[in-house]
Structure formats: structure tokens, C-alpha cells
Design a protein. Structure first.
Length: 526
């Protein structure tokens, strides 16, 4: 069976034909085949030639024309005939099959598709429809229109925008973001280069500020820029979109997968922008296209009388819907980029070729980074905040002093005051000598004092104190003098024992005197 053109296509073909378009131009404009245009115009011509003049000219119910693929103009689906077991319908040979499918709850359209595909039937859809109705079977239910209260719903979608003409003569394609308030049909349009999360959130935010309020919910499809995991009952939204909705106090409601009619108002709105505002146009820049869209919204889209509401869009929005919108927050949403980074051996992570420090305990571990045009915020794997940095130029390092391990901070980095305080612990002479070094050596004093403190590993504090006293009296303020003086002194690290006169292994001094006397006498008499 030949495919039937949708009603909007049929009406468009008639209108373009009346406007003087050729069949080739009609087919190219509407995106249909030339054969479909030719057959439609031929059928239209035939219907006008054979148009009935009265009720008697219509074919009676159940006549040989009952299997025609087109219903009488303006009458909708033909009425069901009174069929019996011996009826002349083309569906009669498939009665048992049709009855079984009706019991299974299949629609007339599905039954017709199965008969053509599985059983080679050449019966038209309307024949199957009438046969099913005569059997008391199921027929397709009409769609239920869902109207909402003012300020309750905003439907959004993307479509193909106009091309941008580059200076070298090439073109760059764009996407047009379209949002429509479901009650008043007030719209907002914006051209973008990409359909990523940032472009979607920015366009949606610009829409809120353009209409001057926030709807209760936003309805969109399951595009990846908004929904990570589609699920009719519990979809997983993009984390940035969740934060955006919290910031503006609205809800985001994805439609059922592959069900665009759930946002039918904006589906037609995208077509309206493409056909009325952008068709046949190209622009020098994205800003020029958006300027054109803004002017078109104000002068054309807002001033029209909507075909469904029968009200002017702008008047309905200002009088009824705008007062029902939620209030805008005091600031715009701070959009951020998010990524996982591994902490390098030097304790930094890389973000856009700049380097930022993290606490030393995260060395070699993965962390989460959220950054915008101003700040870099770092979180651990449990999303607990651990560090914040200001954005710096590419190739630069930003290191927080708190993120350096204490073992890796030299006394010189801690400052002259820190080293000077350690010299005071040695003694007054060391303090006096350190003051003289600071006064006489300036910036070099830090390393000189650090060198003297390092000598405490081999020499006692008293030895260093004594050497510093000699250096102060001689006016020497360099590290070499202290080192030389310490070398001339006994090893300060050796401990001295108290002299003991009485001990079990020590003989009395008188015995040593008697021993010497006896030895001397022996030498004399020999």
C-alpha cells in the first residue's frame, strides 16, 4: 500500500501549488519525493472532477469502494459496515487472524501492518479499521491534550539553525534552541554552535531572564546534554543540571523515550522558527543571528494570534502567565566544568595547563575538580571539599603553604625570625652573635645562621655558645669562624666522668707509695 501523506504535508502541497510552485520546487521545499507530490495533485484533481453533488452520489456503505485507501473528504474515517460471515470485505479471508489479534488488544493499525507484512494482504488500512470495528475490536484512541496552568510548564528543544558565513567563504552550521511556555505560547529562541551541557544550560538561563521569571518545571527530551541515563520513572540527570535547577528552584522533567509528542508545543515551535524566521537566511556571526531572532520574537512571534488559544501571544503572557512565574534569583548560575585528575609526585594537579596544589596526603590519588572562569575547587572521591584556588595563567603553579609537608619546608623558607628564635635557645652569646650577623649580613644572614644551627648535630650547645662568645668579642660574623673555633676545642660530644676517690677496684694511695719505696730499695742494694 502506498504511504499516505500527513495532513500538514497535503495542505502545504496545495498551498504551494496555488502559489505557483512547480512540482520539483514543492518536493524540494517540503522534503518529499516528486512522485508523492505528483500523485497527491493527481488525486486532488480527480476528486474535484468527480466531486459528488448530493447524498445520492456517494457510494453506499459496504459497496465495492469500501476498500479505498482514502476516506471521503471532510468525513473522517468511513463508517463501519454491517459485516456477516459471508461479507465481501477483503479482510474476510483473515477473519480468524483478525479476531485473535483483537483479543490480544492490538489496534487496527497494528493489525493492518501485520496482515500486510506476515500474510501478504493487500487490504487498505480503512478496510481493516472497518472490519475491526464491525467485530467490536479495538481501535486507536485519540491523543489526550494536556493543558497546563499559567507559569506551570516550559517546553524546550533544539533544531537546525541558519548557517554562519565565515570570512573565507566557508559556512558553519548552528543549532537553534527554542523554548515555549505551554499556557501562553510565549517563546524564546537562541542560536548556539553546540548542543552540549554548557550551551543548553546557558540558553535555558537566558530564557528565564528574557521572560522575567522561572516556570515550575522544564520539559525536555532525553538528550545527553541533560540526561545521563534515560528512565521514565527515575532518570539520572546531569549533575550540573541538577545544581542549575536547585539554583533557580524549578524541576526538570524528561519525556518518555522516543515520545516527542509529550512536548508537542515546542516541537511545532521549532518548525515555526525554522520556517518563518530562519529559512533562506545566513548570517556573518552567531551574534547577528541571535539579534535577528530577538527582533523576530518581538515583531512577529509575540504579536501573532495563536491558532489554538485564539489570543495574542504577548498579551496573554503579560496579563496571565508572567505574574504566575517564580522569581529570579539575585545572581546567575555559576557554571563549572568537572573532571577527574590524579595528583602528581610534586603534589599538584593540572587544570587547563595550569597547576594547583592539594594536601600532601592525596599524593598519587584521584580527586575531582570543578572549575569555572574564576575558581578551581578540588574534592576527594567522596566529594568532600579539600582545596580552593584562584584561576592563574597557563604554565603557572599555585601552591598553598598548607599543602607542603613539614619535612619539605626548610628553615630558610620559614623565615629569618624562625631561625633567629632557634639561636636564642642556645644561649645569650649565640643570641648576641646572631643579632650581629643579621645586622651585618642582611639577606645572607639566614643561611649563615642555618649553617651554625647545623653544627649542633656534632657539637654541644655549650661549645657553640663558647665559640659564639669568642666570635662576638673578635667581631667575626661569618660561619667559618665558628667552625674553626669548634675544631680547636675538645670534642664537645664526649662526656666527662666525675673523679672518684673511693672504689672497690681502686687501691689506697699509701699502697702505691709503699710499692714505689720497695722498688727503689731493691735497685739500691743490687
Amino acid at each position: 500500500m502506498a504511504n499516505q501523506l500527513a495532513m500538514d504535508k497535503s495542505l502545504a502541497i496545495n498551498n504551494l501549488r496555488d502559489a505557483g510552485y512547480s512540482q520539483r520546487r514543492i518536493a524540494k521545499t517540503l522534503g518529499v519525493s516528486r512522485g508523492a507530490v505528483r500523485r497527491h495533485l493527481a488525486d486532488e484533481s480527480s476528486n474535484r472532477t468527480k466531486a459528488p453533488t448530493g447524498p445520492s452520489d456517494l457510494a453506499p456503505t459496504g459497496s465495492g469502494d469500501s476498500n479505498s485507501t482514502t476516506a471521503p473528504t471532510g468525513s473522517g474515517p468511513p463508517e463501519a459496515p454491517e459485516l456477516s460471515a459471508g461479507g465481501n470485505s477483503q479482510c474476510e479471508p483473515f477473519r480468524e487472524i483478525i479476531v485473535e489479534k483483537c483479543r490480544a488488544g492490538l489496534s487496527a493499525r497494528r493489525i493492518h501492518q501485520d496482515l500486510v507484512a506476515d500474510h501478504g494482504s493487500d487490504a487498505s488500512y480503512w478496510s481493516v479499521n472497518r472490519f475491526v470495528r464491525a467485530l467490536g475490536g479495538t481501535t486507536e484512541l485519540p491523543f489526550r491534550r494536556m493543558e497546563v496552568l499559567p507559569g506551570e510548564e516550559l517546553q524546550v528543544d533544539f533544531g537546525t539553525g541558519a548557517k554562519i558565513r565565515n570570512p573565507d567563504g566557508t559556512h558553519r552550521r548552528t543549532h537553534v534552541f527554542r523554548a515555549v511556555l505551554s499556557h501562553s505560547r510565549k517563546g524564546y529562541s537562541e542560536a548556539v554552535f553546540r548542543q552540549d551541557t554548557e550551551s543548553f544550560i546557558r540558553a535555558l538561563e537566558n530564557c528565564f531572564w528574557a521572560i522575567g521569571g522561572v516556570p515550575q518545571r522544564v520539559v525536555f527530551d532525553n538528550a545527553k546534554c541533560a540526561v545521563k541515563t534515560p528512565d521514565w520513572h527515575d532518570p539520572e540527570l546531569n549533575s550540573k543540571l541538577v545544581d542549575f535547577c536547585k539554583h533557580y528552584g524549578c524541576a526538570f522533567v524528561p519525556t518518555r523515550v522516543r515520545t516527542p509528542r509529550h512536548k508537542g508545543k515546542v516541537e511545532r515551535g521549532v518548525d515555526y522558527v525554522q520556517e518563518n524566521a530562519l529559512r533562506g537566511r545566513e548570517f556573518e556571526s552567531l551574534a547577528a543571528q541571535n539579534e535577528h531572532l530577538g527582533q523576530w520574537e518581538r515583531s512577529v512571534a509575540d504579536t501573532r494570534i495563536h491558532g489554538t488559544t485564539r489570543k495574542q501571544v504577548l498579551a496573554c503572557f503579560q496579563d496571565i502567565e508572567k505574574p504566575s512565574l517564580g522569581k529570579l534569583p539575585s545572581t546567575r548560575f555559576k557554571f563549572y566544568h568537572e573532571a577527574k585528575r590524579k595528583v602528581s609526585r610534586d603534589g599538584h594537579i593540572s587544570v587547563n595547563r595550569s597547576f594547583y596544589s592539594v594536601p600532601p596526603e592525596y599524593l598519587g590519588r584521584d580527586v575531582w575538580v570543578r572549575h569555572d572562569s574564576h575558581l578551581v575547587r578540588i574534592f576527594d572521591e567522596s566529594l568532600r571539599h579539600i582545596a580552593t584556588h584562584v584561576i592563574i595563567e597557563r604554565g603557572r603553579f599555585q601552591t598553598d603553604a598548607k599543602h607542603i609537608a613539614s619535612e619539605k619546608i626548610s628553615p630558610i623558607e620559614r623565615g629569618i625570625d624562625h631561625i633567629h628564635s632557634k639561636m636564642r635557645l642556645i644561649g645569650p652569646s649565640a643570641t648576641q652573635w646572631a643579632d650581629a650577623v643579621v645586622a651585618g649580613r642582611g639577606v645572607e644572614a639566614a643561611r649563615v645562621l642555618q649553617g651554625v644551627l647545623a653544627m649542633s648535630r656534632k657539637h654541644s650547645g655549650d661549645s657553640i655558645e663558647s665559640a659564639c662568645g669568642i666570635a662576638v668579642r673578635s667581631g667575626a660574623i661569618n660561619c667559618r669562624i665558628i667552625r674553626t673555633l669548634l675544631k680547636r676545642q675538645p670534642d664537645a660530644t664526649q662526656t666527662t666522668m666525675e673523679f672518684m676517690e673511693d672504689h672497690p677496684i681502686i687501691r689506697p694511695i699509701g699502697e702505691y707509695a709503699k710499692f714505689i719505696h720497695n722498688k727503689v730499695q731493691e735497685e739500691i742494694y743490687q
